[in-house]
Ligand binder design. Structure first.
Ligand SMILES: Cc1ncc(C[n+]2csc(CCOP(=O)(O)OP(=O)(O)O)c2C)c(N)n1
Ligand code: SF4
Ligand SMILES: [Mg+2]
Length: 284
């Protein structure tokens, strides 16, 4: 049985602000990995660029930090290459829903088994507080002093209509509840998407007071049926849909392909991969 401490890496100095919600996500992830009893050497932690993308530095697993908006394709490749490892991605909302949103939509279609966590703080925090795609209408940011004049995107609805097979939201301030969601996501045989409301103490203070934490609505309390896609959409689109936390939708044993195994089966060496590429070469 692994313990939470097995996943700690203290060799690199911490740079998150004291009180940052990312600490809650880190704690919940390590708790879920430990409860799932996955050895650290069987875990690959992948980050995008942003405050949230720093998580792999402090996690004693195999780690990779990609480019802004490009964590997902790298992670999908890792999962295809080593399906026995658990790949976990930590992306920011700018990374996932802005520059990387094209990758996200296709990841729902591909349904490769991995856990994709999005730290949703409503801002581009690392670059000092520009509004992100989930910022509320009229929210002010460092480059929009008069307020953003576009409505926010709704990540849960986007995931549901794109074919997501595991769609959930957690709150970084409720670590036990978030850890339960991540544990379920790890067990899911497909692409597990978790939007995580993540207070940023430096650039989004509205998310940091007690009234924000108190506004969370647990789906479990309304006897929501997570096997019903229409019910999930109704929850997401209904009143206070952006404050609802829990598992909106989970479809196991689906007939959709879970990986590109048909194409990559047997490709365990560079020579195997070349065997795939050679016929595609244009020769002059
Ligand atoms: C291609 C590219 N564009 C822009 C940047 C600059 N950049 C670095 S982090 C960041 C924003 C990160 O915001 P988010 O993904 O929400 O993560 P957070 O810092 O809020 O966790 C940007 C725009 C970059 N590194 N690469
Ligand atoms: S700027 Fe915000 S998101 Fe970044 S470390 Fe500080 S509190 Fe966290
Ligand atoms: Mg952000």
């Amino acid at each position: 049985m692994t313990s939470i401490g097995d996943y700690h890496c203290n060799e690199v100095k911490r740079s998150w602000c004291p009180g940052c919600g990312d600490f809650g996500i880190e704690a919940a992830l390590k708790s879920a990995l430990s409860k799932s009893n996955i050895e650290p050497k069987r875990v690959m932690t992948v980050g995008g660029i942003g405050c949230s993308g720093l998580l792999p530095y402090w996690t004693k697993t195999n780690s990779f930090v990609g480019l802004h908006g490009r964590a997902l394709p790298a992670a999908i490749g890792m999962s295809i290459a080593d399906p026995d490892s658990q790949v976990v991605v930590m992306a920011g909302d700018g990374d996932a829903y802005g520059i990387g949103v094209g990758h996200l939509v296709h990841a729902f279609r591909r349904n490769q088994k991995l856990v994709y966590m999005v730290a949703n703080n409503g801002v581009y925090a690392l670059t000092k507080g520009q509004v992100s795609p989930t910022a509320e209408l009229n929210a002010k940011g460092s480059s929009t002093p008069f307020g953003i004049n576009m409505p926010p995107i709704d990540p849960i609805s986007l995931a549901l209509i794109s074919g997501g097979t595991f769609v959930a939201r957690g709150f970084a301030g409720d670590i036990p509840h978030l850890a339960e969601i991540i544990e379920r996501a790890i067990a899911h045989e497909g692409f597990s998407f978790i939007d995580i409301l993540q207070p940023c103490v430096s650039y989004h203070k509205n998310m940091c007071d007690s009234s924000y934490a108190a506004s969370m609505i647990k789906l479990e309390a309304s006897n929501h049926d997570a096997g019903d896609l229409n019910a999930a959409l109704t929850q997401a689109r209904g009143e206070n849909g952006n404050r609802k936390v829990g598992i909106f939708y989970c479809k196991e044993n689906n007939n959709r392909k879970v990986s590109d195994a048909h194409m990559y089966a047997g490709c365990r060496s560079s020579e195997d991969i070349l065997g795939l590429i050679r016929p595609m070469r244009v020769t002059g």
